[in-house]
Design a protein around this ligand. Structure first.
Ligand code: FAD
Length: 393
């Protein structure tokens, strides 16, 4: 995004990536339906992010969800649609066509792409920034007026533990919060019998409650535990409960179960009367003590359906999380996202110390920061157009 804004303003831009092609994380994100932003009102939107409120008011206000959608639709020629959940998606749900359109546009804007080069050194001296780039051919210095880093937060980087790039900045005294998994699944000790029936299936419309709060949505049963919106929002290590039938009160559930005239076992009554999804039924069947399952009084079973006890054993590792918390502290940055200790060096995206929930807030945060950093660079190199209509908005 930063390259886009700069190149559109006529700046000569080189885009490096240590990988052999750009945007790999975007492709990973697209594998589960590329959700690009969200329809919540702007004040609610900015409240989704950790980190200084003034930063997000300025960054998201400076390149809003509407601006981003217009960019995707008009400049990248990729249609989007608003899902029923209030999330915006690209029409084909995949990232590949968006990424292709974007790299094509950047090529047209004369951005130079340099792949397979890893930045291993950064220096700021006399108004210039020098990067040391490592490739199979050796290390080479590259000189620039300004640099914007967007190195990511280490999620989905299974081959790098610990992440290599923080060393670049640590050497320069830049302060970090340690990276940790965010929007991560949690481990649960499921029985094999339960997994046999429910692995890969949704627990539909459940409410997960933890000391962090409650969240209603579908959760996914995985071999190691549980994934999905409820756990991303309120997941925390320790005891939790699942309401498997949040639309009915305890009394209503009891009434329904007792209304069955035939002499059915409690579990068969549940199956017949409550219309639970298969994974919820399997959970009750395989993870409920026998004496509760056989109790014809039904109260204890109803109490379990309304507050199914779950022990969240801990988040999945960073390498398997959707995003990360931690990163370069905001106290290290000026409002234009330039590092105080490295004049001319800007940073954007998940490498900064913020978190946001899934729902399009992550990508929106990254692209809005990319625009903010690019505008900072334009100002620094004396190419800013200060008119209110400046920039891609
Ligand atoms: C499974 C999954 C699903 C997701 N789904 C969504 C979604 O639907 N909606 C949403 O908003 N977000 C989603 N996200 C999150 C989103 O993909 C990220 O927030 C976003 O990609 C972060 O962008 P970034 O530019 O900060 O970092 P990244 O996209 O991680 O990019 C960092 C880049 O820097 C390169 N790099 C790192 N170190 C160096 C170095 N030293 N030298 C040169 N290059 C280097 C890396 O190769 C990489 O290409 C998802 C993430 C995952 C893992």
């Amino acid at each position: 995004m930063a390259a886009d804004v700069l190149a559109e303003a006529g700046v000569d831009v080189t885009l490096f990536d240590k990988r052999s092609s750009p945007g790999r994380k975007l492709l990973v994100a697209g594998s589960s339906g590329l959700n690009v932003t969200n329809a919540v009102p702007l004040d609610e939107f900015v409240a989704q992010y950790t980190g200084p409120a003034e930063h997000w008011n300025s960054v998201i206000g400076g390149f809003t969800p509407k601006n981003w959608l217009r960019h995707i639709e008009n400049k990248l020629g990729t249609p989007t649609f608003l899902g029923t959940s209030g999330r915006y998606f690209v029409e084909d749900m995949k990232a590949a066509s968006l990424l292709r359109a974007w790299t094509d546009r950047l090529h047209e804007l004369a951005v130079h792409f340099e792949y397979g080069l890893e930045c291993i050194g950064v220096e700021s001296k006399g108004g210039r920034v020098t990067l040391t780039m490592r490739s199979a051919a050796g290390d080479e210095p590259h000189d620039f007026d300004a640099v914007c880093f967007a190195l990511g937060g280490g999620s989905w980087e299974p081959k790098e533990d610990p992440l290599r790039w923080p060393a670049l900045f640590r050497e320069r005294g830049v302060e970090f919060e340690a990276f940790r998994p965010a929007n991560a699944g949690y481990r649960v000790a499921w029985s094999e019998a339960f997994l046999k029936e429910a692995e890969g299936q949704p627990l539909k419309g459940v409410v997960l409650t933890t000391p962090k709060g409650s969240r209603k949505a579908d959760a996914m049963v995985t071999r190691y535990g549980i994934e999905g919106t409820p756990v991303y929002f309120v997941g925390v290590t320790g005891p939790a409960t699942l309401d498997l039938q949040p639309d009915l009160s305890d009394a209503k559930l009891l009434e329904r179960l007792r209304a069955v005239k035939e002499n059915l076992s409690p579990i068969r009554r549940v199956k017949k009367q409550l219309h639970l999804c298969p994974a919820a039924l399997a959970l009750i069947f395989h993870h409920t003590p026998k004496e509760v399952l056989e109790d014809r009084g039904l109260e204890r079973l109803v109490a379990r359906i309304k507050a199914f006890p779950l022990e969240l054993l801990g988040p999945q590792p960073l390498a398997e999380a959707i995003s990360s918390g931690g990163g370069i502290r905001f106290s290290e940055l000026d409002p234009a996202l330039m590092l105080h200790k490295l004049p001319g060096v800007f940073a954007a995206g998940e490498m900064l110390d913020w978190e946001a929930p899934t729902g399009g807030f992550l990508i929106q945060g990254c692209v809005s920061e990319g625009v903010a950093a690019a505008r900072g660079i334009l100002k620094r190199i004396g190419r800013a157009d200060d008119s209110p209509s400046a920039g891609p908005a």
